[in-house]
Design a protein around this ligand. Structure first.
Ligand code: ZN
Length: 178
């Protein structure tokens, strides 16, 4: 079973991020998720409060074990729906380029890695993710962000020869808008 851990001990995550995870699960499973977080010491998280990311990631490891990797992908995919977006973000490209900023706003206290986005041309972007979240979660997150804003067909594919699923330190994804 994979065990997701922060890059550095002491890193904290905002409660709103944990609540977004809990609310993206179907109602009958939401209770299980609440129990999982409670077992790891996070009970009734408050949006504006900070929690140890170690605990958040341990809960995600357990969600993977109990519900499978596609649940992690769904949690990632739902995240952009549960997010208040700055009004200056209008296109899928703007949104992809802003993922890292949002991620940094929701994490603090040490090395957290990130979502390093590069625009190759107006319809092609590349993201290198060296954060401690699961590969499937990030695949879903990027899809959620792109699908929310894309007016055309969009595809997100993992590329590159390193993957966190296989013990790598980062995953790389390409976004194509057609
Ligand atoms: Zn990967």
């Amino acid at each position: 079973m994979p065990r997701y851990e922060p890059i550095e001990h002491g890193v904290e995550v905002l409660g709103s991020s944990i609540n977004s995870t809990i609310s993206s699960l179907p109602e009958n499973i939401e209770t299980i998720a609440n129990q999982i977080f409670a077992q790891h010491g996070i009970e009734n998280p408050v949006d504006e409060k900070w929690y140890p990311n170690e605990t958040n990631l341990a809960a995600l490891s357990e969600i993977y074990e109990k519900l499978g990797s596609s649940m992690l992908q769904k949690i990632g995919r739902d995240k952009p729906k549960n997010t208040v977006w700055p009004p200056d973000i209008e296109t899928a490209t703007d949104a992809v380029m802003s993922i890292n900023e949002a991620y940094q706003r929701n994490h603090r206290n040490g090395k957290v890695g990130g979502y390093h986005a590069e625009q190759i041309n107006p319809s092609h972007m590349k993201l290198t993710c060296n954060n401690p979240y699961p590969c499937q979660f990030d695949q879903g997150l990027i899809e959620g962000v792109v699908f929310k804003f894309a007016t055309e067909t969009a595809l997100v594919n993992e590329v590159g020869d390193e993957c966190r699923k296989e013990g790598g330190e980062q995953c790389t994804y390409e976004v194509h808008l057609y």
